[in-house]
Design a protein around this ligand. Structure first.
Ligand code: RB5
Length: 143
């Protein structure tokens, strides 16, 4: 799977760890920055990653800032994006199964590394359930 990934400075360290994990899984990665822990603005990176997914360049996106909040807000402003901010494996499973999330957001300052990798695995390995959830995601996409 081709996965776009981006972070601000607050998510930079975790982004680099997630990239290692994705490579170990055999995924292809497009890294859209940032490239260090120097302070940057998360909307730029959330938008860039979301546009890569919305355009079809990447199948899924992963964005990380300090809390995951700001960068998920940015990603969700791009049409066609359903970005779920997840702090547990259950949330990652449900944002795929129910929301058909095409992007995952996490907090580099709020989520431990080991848990983050489990969240990534759940996000990538859980299928959308469709059915009544399809109607609801269609409503989201029409907004
Ligand atoms: C940056 O200090 C921090 O505000 C950002 O990473 C994020 O947590 C915003 O939601």
């Amino acid at each position: 799977m081709l996965i776009a990934i981006a972070s601000d400075h607050g998510g930079y360290e975790l982004k680099e760890k997630v990239k290692e994990h994705l490579r170990e899984r055999g995924e292809k990665i497009v890294d859209l920055g940032t490239t260090s822990s120097e302070s940057v603005d998360y909307p730029i990176y959330g938008k860039a990653c979301a546009e890569a997914v919305a355009s079809g360049k990447a199948e899924r996106g992963i964005v990380i800032c300090g809390t995951g909040i700001g960068i998920s807000i940015a990603a969700n402003k791009v049409k066609g994006i359903r970005c779920g901010l997840c702090t547990s494996v259950e949330m990652a499973q449900l944002t795929r199964a129910h929301n058909n999330a095409n992007m995952l957001a996490m907090g580099g300052r709020t989520t431990a590394e080991e848990l983050a990798m489990e969240i990534v695995d759940a996000f990538l390995d859980t299928e959308f359930e469709g059915g009544r959830h399809q109607r609801r995601t269609d409503m989201l996409d029409e907004m």
